[in-house]
Ligand binder design. Structure first.
Ligand code: CLF
Ligand code: SF4
Length: 478
């Protein structure tokens, strides 16, 4: 399908402060780094193709965070929700093998709780599981998430196991801020509280981060944005971790629903708005690698980021012996390699389209995708939207906004539309594979153009062509 390209040279580009742009073609650059090429969290590009699984073998925790209720998943790496099952090492391995047999996209096995992966008796279980997975599936990457209290002393062991992806949740670098987040920690056989607890935790976290970086590991920092507590402080955290050579910083919004029974939830501590999150990310991310595609996974999540296939792999459904088709796994990677090359070529075409639209203002647009880097999701089925800022200099990935899907099998849910409109706040258009007349009209009333003219295009190419051809928007078919 050929789409007319219109030059918008006559429109003066707004001179607002903005984060560095990526050329559409550069979104594939990460694919060249073998350590992150297939890691869905460390590479935004990879998460279109690869899946992760978490194995819930670490139930204990050595600290208390005010955003956590132990009856729920670790909020460091999860959205609150009871972990379906806590597993032994043997059960964990059985589950990993079952997932590997059925999900060729699975490239990473992570341990992210539901407590802390290195706390007390959890640490040996974590190491035993990693060792077993390493032996059974050498092509899979191992990934550890921790609150960092016990990281420093475990770095040699992690190194020995060849683990080079470590995530540390670091919410503060100042104990005055930290004590508002952590009421107590358990350290060297003692329970510490107040400022002393926070001071000890923060020191141990920074030491652990330094040691892990020195050991050559790719350290990612997760920070929970807690409005009024660490929002102004996170740029300092960012600076501190940048100075220590961390690979990536992920700022995630606090989840504080009262029904989760956390201290913050019960106290009415608000979660940040999308605008607050963006503003802190902007304040931190002038020239840094910030992660913007985190989905705050459960500690037993399975599948592509944004999907959870955990219920397919509960203990009662696991085969006694999974038959892993290594050939199929290998084949999947070959297909991805071809797709990546194809997408790279599309991104170059996208750059060319944007070049025609010089001197044009920034526009925010959402995309519906179910993977593969393409605009391939029906609006009614979308449970999340990817937001981009586009102008003639390139695309900026803003982040992922979630809302329950509109289509409920033959009818549209109005309440969900309300949440969707909130998620799409600030967007001029949403690019979809298909959309019905009713939701299209609802979106139009809110000033959002629903466009299905770029269905199945690569995201970069669809966005660039939409931007460059704005004077002649694609027709919608209901
Ligand atoms: Fe898991 Fe974390 Fe490893 Fe990823 S999740 S241990 S680095 S494999 Fe990823 Fe999930 Fe965000 Fe975590 S999207 S919550 S950052
Ligand atoms: Fe909860 Fe994780 Fe904090 Fe431990 S580290 S209290 S499990 S959020």
């Amino acid at each position: 399908m050929s789409r007319p390209v219109v030059t918008l040279a006559s429109i003066k580009r707004l001179s607002e402060p903005e984060r560095p742009k990526i050329k559409a073609s550069s979104s594939c650059a990460s694919a060249s780094d073998p350590r992150i090429a297939d890691h869905p969290c460390y590479s935004e590009e990879a998460h279109h193709y690869f899946a992760r699984m978490h194995v819930a073998v670490a139930p204990a925790c050595n600290i208390q965070c005010n955003y956590c209720n132990r009856k729920f998943d670790c909020a460091n790496e999860s959205r609150p929700g009871v972990v379906s099952e806590k597993l032994t090492v043997e059960e964990g391995l059985q589950k990993v093998l079952a997932v590997a047999a059925k999900v060729p996209q699975m490239s990473v096995v992570g341990i992210a709780g539901p407590g802390d992966s290195l706390a007390g008796a959890s640490a040996p279980k974590t190491f035993a599981l990693f060792k077993a997975v390493r032996a059974a599936l050498p092509d899979v990457k191992l990934c550890l998430s921790t609150n960092g209290l016990a990281l420093a002393e475990h770095v040699p062991q992690l190194q020995e196991l060849g683990i080079d992806h470590i995530t540390v949740t670091l919410n503060a670098v100042d104990a005055e801020v930290g004590e508002k987040i952590y009421p107590w920690i358990f350290w060297q056989g003692r329970r510490l509280t107040g400022r002393e607890a926070a001071q000890t935790l923060l020191e141990r976290q920074l030491l652990g981060i330094e040691k892990a970086v020195q050991a050559g590991m790719l350290v990612k920092i997760n920070s929970v944005l807690i409005p009024g507590i660490n929002d102004d402080h996170l740029p300092l955290v960012h600076k501190a971790v940048q100075e220590r050579g961390v690979f990536l910083h992920n700022i995630m919004p606090l989840i504080s629903n009262p029904e989760h029974g956390t201290v913050f939830g019960l106290a009415g501590q608000p979660a940040p708005t999308n605008a607050q999150l963006e503003s802190v990310q902007e304040a931190c991310g002038i020239d840094a690698k910030l992660m913007r595609h985190c989905r705050q996974c459960r500690a037993d999540a399975v599948g592509m980021l944004g999907e959870d296939r955990g219920q397919e792999f509960t203990s009662d459904k696991l085969p006694a012996q999974a038959q892993i088709n290594h050939e199929a796994r290998h084949l999947y990677r070959s297909v991805v390699a071809e797709e990546r090359a194809d997408r790279k070529a599309a991104a170059l075409r996208a750059d060319a389209a944007l070049a025609l639209a010089a001197h044009s203002p920034k526009r925010r647009v959402a995309v519906c995708t179910k993977g593969g880097g393409r605009i391939n999701e029906h609006f009614g089925h979308a449970r999340e939207f990817r937001l981009y800022d586009v102008d003639a200099t390139g695309l900026s990935f803003v982040g992922v906004r979630r809302a329950d899907n509109y289509c409920q099998g033959g009818w549209g849910e109005d309440d969900n539309m309300e949440a969707i409109l909130k998620a799409l706040e600030g967007c001029e258009a949403v690019l979809v594979s298909k959309i019905g007349r009713c939701p299209k009209d609802e979106l139009a009333k809110a000033g959002i153009d629903a466009v299905d003219g770029y269905a199945l295009s690569y995201i970069e190419e669809g966005l660039s062509n939409w931007y460059a051809g704005l004077a002649l928007p694609a027709r919608i078919s209901a």
